[in-house]
Design a protein around this ligand. Sequence first.
Ligand SMILES: [Mg+2]
Length: 400
Amino acid sequence: MSEQVVRQAVVLAGGMGMRLRPFTEKEPKPMYPVGEKPFIGHLMGQIKAFGIENVLLLLGYKANSIMDYLGDGKNFGLHISYDVTPVEFQTGDRIFHAKDKLEPFFMLMYCDNYCPINFDKLREDFFSHNALAQVSVYENRDHYTRSNIRTGEDGKVLIYDKRRTAADLEGVDIGYAMIRRELLGQLPRDGGSFEEAAYSFAAAQGRMFATITKHRYYSIGSWERMELTRKFFENRPTVFLDRDGTVNVKAPKACYIENSGQFVWLEGAKEAVRLLKENGFRVLMVTNQPGIARGNLTGDTLEAIHKKMQRDLEQIGAEIDKIYYCPHDWEEGCECRKPKPGMLYQAQKDYHLDLTKCIMIGDDERDMAAGRAAGCKTCQVTEQRNLLQIVKEIVKGKQE
Ligand SMILES: [Mg+2]
């Protein structure tokens, strides 16, 4: 059952985008340019990458502008069709109007949110829960926005509160929802707000589930966060580097690099960092340093070691943009110690990264696991393949 193919994405793109005036006085919100194309173009690229072939756009306000840009979808490798309804329609009105064009299950998206979700996970969760609605939810632990969802065990949604006033809400739905068409026939009313009617109903039935993402979403819903959205779509290539065993000689088992004198560069590692920088990469280090919790070295000593490392790099015109380290011991249960991806998600928020486009390089299986958990590409340093060889391939791949 989990092998079922999702054939259709349905995008709600009919609203007036009042919060994006004056732009939306002339153009509909999805046409707002970010990077080298309108925002809706980025969403089409993502749908294509998910492997979904058909897109149905539910339009209202200034529909022609969007239709002129997307056409039949050929330029995006997609089949795109449209359902146009009056501007004043709400999301539920638009979805019910298009009822006959909907597949038995489909992915419902908002036209103003972008998040590099793990689509395979969303799809698997949807089928394994036999959900009426499986929504993507940003965990929102950083209080990036106001939450509207409370989840329980297994991601079951206990409360969906569009007004965001219930107690103990944690997480916010960001679109990218797998929906079963049969849900529409079970609702007490058609029209109005689809999320309010459908999600409240499915949650009450115990058949609404959340697939949680720690990756921040980016929006063109209002001007407030537009600068962050712009930064996100700059997509400057970024590499995460482990430290010990990747750039410098590892300490013997159960020992730590405890002073600058013990920090010895591996062959080619400095040059690898320089090559990355010369080719426009951002280089971020993510390193476990449990020696701090165990009393083998202090935070100040670690800083001194890193200063020496940066000085060495500076001499050849290179640097590491930022160093993240986990000072905790194994038993502390922190979120940052690799193989957990906490440091990568912290960097995601600091630099507005698209983690699915970042590369994690390390020598340990835990580096690979952290990279995979965050959705990054991964490369492992081995005795046969050192950092410089890996970086040469990455740089070559970028130039091609
Ligand atoms: Mg290592």
